[in-house]
Structures are given as C-alpha cells and as structure tokens.
Unconditional design. Structure first.
Length: 586
C-alpha cells in the first residue's frame, strides 16, 4: 500500500486534489467577500429606498411633533418591514421607536450613524452591538429635511443574525458544490492520471523485461502527446539496443573463440586484480572452472606471489610487462608471462595476462648446451691423446716396442673418434628421417641376424648369450637396418656392462597386438636416480668406466630415437649389482 501511495499516479492525484481544495477555499472566500459586499450595498439601497418613502409619510408628523401618531405609525411599518425603526429629532431625542418605549431611551444625538447623517446631510452607517437589544445590529440613518432644514433623523436597524444566516447559506451552497466538484474531480483525476501512468507502467514493465534479457519488447501507445513520442523513442532505443547487443554478442563469440583457440593461457583481471576471464588452457593447467574463479584473485588460483606482484606492478605503473616466472602448481613449469593493460578513458581498467609454457624450450636449450659441452669434451679427449702421442713420436727416438704401443693408442683413439662421429651422424640421420616405416620387417629375422655380430664379444668375456625367440612373429612396418641397430646397441650394452662369466638373455614375443623385445643382463645395474636420464645424449652413469669400455654415450639415445620413430615404447627395469632389463614394445 505504501508503495502505491508513492507512485506517480497518487502524486498527480494528490497534487490535483490539493490544488482543487485550495482553489475551492480561496474561491469561497473571494465569493463570500464579493457577495457580502454586494448584498450589503443592495440592502443599504433597499433600506434607503424604504426610508425615503417613509420620510415622505412621517415628515408632517415630525414637523407637527405628533408623537402618539408617529409612534403608532412607526410600530406599524416596523412590523411590516421586519425592521427596527427609530425617529430622532435634531437634538437627538427619540420621538418614536418600533421596538422600545422612546421615553425610556437615551439621547441618540451622538450615535455614530446619527452624527454621520447630520454631518453629511446624507446616509449614515454603523455596525455595533445594541445595548438595548443585546445583539449585533446594522444601523442606517437618513436626515428628515424640510426647506433644507433638518427636522430629525430616521434610522433603520437590522439584526446581523439575518445577514450571518444568509452568509451561512452561501457557505453551505459553496460546500455542497465543492463536495460535488471534489468527487467529480477525483473520478476525472483517476481517469486522466491513468492516461499518463498506464503508459509509464507499460514502459516500466518493458524495461524490467529488457533488464532480464528479453529484448523483443515493443510499446503500442497511439497518442500524439509527449507520452506517445516517448514510446516511439523507447521502441527506437530498444531496436538500437537489440542491434548493439547482437553486435556485442557476435564480437564476444569471436573473442571467446580466439581466446579459446589460443594455446597460451589467458587470464583477464579488472582494476582490483580480480579475475574476469580465463581460457580453456588455464582451466586445464590449474584444474579449475571459469565460473568458480570469477571475482577471485589470481593468487588464489595460481598460488604464485610472483605473478600477483607482476599484475599489481602493471596496474600501478600503467605499463605492459614481459617476464619469465616459474610456477610450482600443479607441477613445476616455466612460463613466459606477458601483461597487457586494459585501458578505459586513458586509465588502467585491468590486465590481460598471457602465459606461454616454455619448459620444453628451456629443457631443449639446456640439452643443447649440454650436447655442445659433451661433444666438445668427447672430441677433445681423443684429439688431445692423439696430439700428445704424435708430438712425443716426433720429438723422441723411441724403442720399437714403445713406438708400436704409442701407435696402437693413436689408432684406438682415432677409432673411438670415428665411432663418436659415426654415432652423431647416425643420430642426426634418424632424427631427420621421414621414410623409416616403408618396409615389411620380420623381427625374428632381425633378432637372429644380430647374433653373429655380438656373439664374438660375448665369447671373449665368457658371457652366456641366450636367445628366446619364437619361430614366427607378426610382420611390422619399419626400417630393418634401424631395428637391427637398435638390437645391436641393446645387446652390446648388456654385454659391455656385464662382468665376465655373466649372462645376457634376449627374448621376443607377441602381446596385446604388440611385439615385445626384452634384453636382460645380470650386470652392474643402474642407480634409480639415473634411470630417467640414461637416454640423454652423452649421459653416462660412470663416465670413467664407460669411456674405458669404449662407449660414446650416444648408444641409448640412438635406441630411444629409433623406438620413437616406430611409434614404440621403451622401458627400463634395473637394480644395482643385480642387472638391467630393457623392454621394447613395437
């Protein structure tokens, strides 16, 4: 109810009725005053006319001072006119009165109306309380003249109760008229106000529906006034708004498609550092949902104080930033972070953060550095030996036995250098090859084919080489030479790191649509902390021992690349002093 009373309709009606009441009251007072003045003058004219007629009748009686007849006549006319009539001589003595005994009345010479009539030789008027009748009276006096000589004064007195009753009647009529006008005005105000408020109500409902997302709104108001023009402008505005919303929605869809398709993680924040948008990459990276993160700070999602500091720095300084940071959650990764400002009216309204994962790049850079360092070291060692022995041979006269031993060292180092260069070339060839999987390869043939190559080395170390291969295995697509190289490297490694009198087993079988090859030894084994790195280039578990055994540090790296080229998997199981098993699935 209170809400309705505050509506514009009730305000219009209240204002209208208030103005009506003020107008009626003000008009009533003006009308009363006008009527009062009008009837006062009309009454005065009536009384004066009656008085003049009566003066013509009583003038001889006044002149003759025939008081009994005069008094009788005054009483008669006083009753007929319903007016108190008093006759006073020029000295103020009451000669006759229609209500009281003139002999008992005071001298009236100095009554205001008498004095005014004598002074003006015309009408004298006065309103006052009558002590004789104890009521308010209106007095009108007129001189009685003969030959321009004042013989006396005739005075009419009328009770003001009559006038007051007359005025009350006027007010009663005005009040009745006002009540009728008030009721009619209420009805009309409701009707006219509804012509204003109903369209406004329709507009309000339409605006509310628009606020709720329903833009298909149209007002039908067929008037030519301001309300009608407002409705037309409203419909025009809604049409424009709908077009703009469609454009914004289209642009938003494009932006969302672009942001979603970007491989980098995107985070957008407002000026307070609160998240307003994240893309699919961020959701996957931090295992979150966009709707859960909206309104939260970046540090709540990333747990990175460094990233939070960068965002605050960009907002405070109002400039874009680029920096590399390390995030520990959900796993340790390195990102290149770019922060671009969202500007509104030349002020920072937020930040767009781009996170590019460069962990692999950093690892590759480190591997490249290690590769260069290791290659340099591996090449430098044999070259230094060769150079030293050659200089010794050139500067000294040695015995034939020493001479021959020096030449043998030079030859061994040259062969080692040749093997190293060949392995590097082979590895490069494997990495760059794109035509490895065109041959039909029988792995039984491949495994049996490497035995003549590795068996002499096993016999020299008194190592038992067992072969467990079925008569037939499924044919696979691959490169026979590379697969042979893979088997030779694995078996050669097993023989190399197995002490004399040990055992190396080679097994092959079919399992779950895969060909499985196992090379197992009971050699020195590999520490657990080194297993994850043994396939890196030039990585050695025991560098001195590996170099002494003639390894280049590239054998297992070549094996891994061959397996990956064939879309296979290689696994390692090892235990120190108990042996190692390599498992290849093709």
């Amino acid at each position: 109810m209170l809400h309705k009373l505050k509506s514009i309709r009730w305000k219009i009606i209240s204002l209208y009725l208030m103005l009506l009441i003020i107008t009626l009251v003000f008009s009533g007072y003006l009308l009363q005053d006008s009527l009062k003045n009008y009837f006062s003058h009309w009454l005065d004219r009536q009384l004066v006319g009656e008085m003049k007629l009566l003066v013509g009748i009583i003038k001889p009686l006044v002149k003759a001072e025939n008081r009994p007849v005069l008094d009788k006549m005054i009483n008669k006319y006083g009753k007929q006119l319903e007016t108190r009539i008093t006759i006073v001589d020029d000295s103020g003595k009451v000669l006759a009165d229609s209500r009281e005994d003139p002999t008992e009345m005071d001298n009236h010479l100095y009554r205001p109306e008498i004095q005014e009539a004598l002074r003006r030789r015309g009408i004298g008027k006065e309103i006052r309380h009558s002590a004789t009748l104890d009521i308010d009276m209106r007095y009108v006096a007129l001189p009685i003249e003969s030959n321009k000589q004042v013989l006396g004064i005739i005075r009419f007195a009328i009770s003001l109760d009559k006038l007051n009753r007359f005025y009350y009647g006027i007010w009663k009529v005005l009040l009745q008229t006002g009540v009728i006008a008030f009721i009619i005005s209420i009805i009309l105000s409701f009707k006219f106000s509804s012509q204003i408020t109903n369209p406004i109500g329709e507009m309000t409902s339409a605006v509310q529906r628009i606020a709720n997302g329903f833009l298909d709104q149209k007002l039908v108001i067929r008037t030519e006034d301001e309300i009608g023009r407002l409705a037309q402008m409203f419909n025009h505005m809604v049409k424009k708004l709908k077009n703009k919303m469609q454009q914004i929605s289209s642009e938003k869809s494009k932006v969302e498609a672009i942001v979603t398709s970007i491989g980098d993680g995107i985070i957008a924040t407002n000026e307070h550092g609160e998240i307003i948008l994240i893309n699919l990459t961020i959701e996957e990276l931090f295992a979150v949902k966009e709707e859960e993160m909206l309104g939260k700070s970046v540090i709540q999602m990333t747990r990175s104080y460094k990233l939070d500091e960068l965002i605050n720095k960009a907002l405070i300084k109002g400039e874009s930033l680029t920096e590399e940071i390390e995030l520990l959650l959900p796993e340790e990764r390195i990102f290149r972070v770019r922060l671009a400002l969202i500007e509104r009216e030349e002020q920072a309204a937020g930040v767009v953060v781009s996170l590019r994962d460069i962990t692999d790049i950093k690892q590759l850079e480190q591997m490249r550095k290690d590769f260069v360092s290791n290659v340099s070291h591996e090449l430098k060692t044999p070259l230094t030996s060769i150079k030293g022995y050659v200089e010794t041979l050139m500067e000294s006269e040695l015995e034939s036995g020493t001479y021959n031993s020096f030449l043998k060292v030079i030859n061994d180092e040259a062969e080692r250098l040749e093997h190293l260069i060949n392995d590097i070339l082979d590895l490069s060839k494997i990495e760059s090859s794109d035509s490895l999987l065109k041959e039909n390869v029988d792995m039984v043939e491949v495994v049996n084919g490497i035995i003549p190559v590795v068996e002499p080395k096993a016999q020299r170390k008194n190592i038992i080489l067992n072969l467990d291969v079925p008569a037939k295995l499924p044919i696979i697509k691959g490169n026979k030479d590379q697969l042979s190289r893979l088997m030779i490297n694995l078996v050669d490694n097993a023989i190399k790191y197995t002490p004399s009198g040990g055992k190396v087993e080679v097994r092959s079988y079919s399992e779950d649509n895969n060909i499985v090859i196992e090379v197992e030894d009971n050699g020195i084994g590999i520490p657990q902390e080194d297993i994850s790195r043994i396939f890196e280039r030039f990585y050695r578990v025991n560098k001195a021992r590996s170099r002494k055994l003639g390894g280049t540090g590239l054998g297992l790296s070549i094996v891994k690349h061959i397996v990956e080229q064939h879309q296979g998997i290689i696994e390692v199981e090892s235990e120190l002093e108990k042996g190692t098993k390599f498992i290849v699935r093709l």
